[in-house]
Design a binder for this molecule. Structure first.
Ligand code: NAD
Length: 272
């Protein structure tokens, strides 16, 4: 039996380990990225073929989309996901090819892409990533994920790919919009927890109480888990994803959490 051919599109923090994982699972893996340095690194350190030239990608069974999504002052910038899906639609000749969008997007994106580019010519799912680069063994590619699809046929193909071929447990959402919303909601939830810790730390400073001692005491309760308050809510995903949620629907709570983080950073910069 011939190997399943998969193209991982976008070889950054998420795409590279996804491509490596697929290779270990015995798939024939191709990587594609617009950044020559990223492709060079992937070819040197990975065990799969990679290119910046889309024309070199042969007929595929599966495309896994792991490209950048970002936030601009005007709102979410999902153009890389649209760009690569357009490319796939223009060149794919396999009527049963599966496209799995793993990049973080907002509700409505997957269906818009399906209707704009793929119509009924391709199977399409969204399986957002939960990768945590600090603990890839525990929270890496094969942790429990959610999946949503544009139709039943796509869902069947998506589950077959993730669960049967890759051995990744999947929680099925009844609509692709729930899967899209799930990713940005879980990151907003995490943001809120950290913002609460930051707020509490500033309150403790005001009343002269040791924040770490209070946190440790609170966390002895079975349903309390206050995280650390470090240097402000950084990295790429949490600050971006909470803005994706407030872009869709205003939220007093989420807006306040972002104000708390801003205030905390200012406060921190004034501590010796
Ligand atoms: N890094 C994480 O821990 C993490 C966790 C969960 C979800 N995500 C999400 O996964 C997605 C990718 O994140 P990342 O951290 O891997 O980003 P990254 O910036 O490390 O990698 C993205 C890659 O996509 C490439 N790219 C951009 N536009 C492209 C295009 N048009 N065609 C081909 N390649 C293109 C870039 O060159 C880059 O190498 C984002 O939506 C992010 O929000 C990231």
């Amino acid at each position: 039996m011939s190997k399943i051919k998969v193209c991982v599109v976008g070889l950054g923090q998420i795409g590279f380990p996804v491509a490596q994982y697929c290779e270990v699972k015995g798939l024939e893996v191709y990587g594609y990225d617009i950044n020559p340095a990223t492709v060079e690194k992937a070819v040197t350190t990975g065990k799969f073929k990679a290119t910046t030239n889309w024309a070199e990608i042969p007929k595929m069974d599966v495309y896994v989309v792991c490209v950048t999504t970002s936030q601009t002052p005007e709102g979410p910038d999902l153009s890389p996901v649209f760009d690569v899906c357009k490319k796939i639609a223009e060149t794919n000749t396999n009527p049963t090819a599966l496209v799995a969008i793993e990049s973080t997007i907002i509700p409505g994106t997957t269906k818009k892409i399906f209707e704009t580019y793929f119509k009924s010519k391709i199977l399409l799912v969204h399986a957002p990533h939960r990768y945590w680069a600090d603990e890839p063994e525990k929270h890496g590619v094969n942790q429990l994920r959610v999946i949503g699809a544009v139709n039943g046929e796509s869902l069947k193909a998506g589950l077959n790919f993730y669960q049967e071929t890759l051995g990744i447990p999947m929680h099925v959402c009844s609509s692709v919009e729930v899967a899209e919303m799930c990713k940005i909601t879980e990151n907003s939830h995490r943001y809120l927890q950290i913002a609460f810790a930051e707020d509490l730390k500033m309150m403790c400073a005001k009343i002269g109480m040791n924040f770490e001692e209070l946190r440790a005491a609170c966390n002895t309760k079975w349903n309390v888990d206050i995280p650390e308050a470090r240097d402000g809510i950084g990295r790429h995903c949490l600050p971006k994803d909470i803005k994706y949620v407030t872009h869709i629907a205003p939220s007093i709570l989420l807006e306040s959490a972002m104000s708390v983080d801003k205030k905390y950073r200012e406060w921190l910069s004034k501590q010796h």
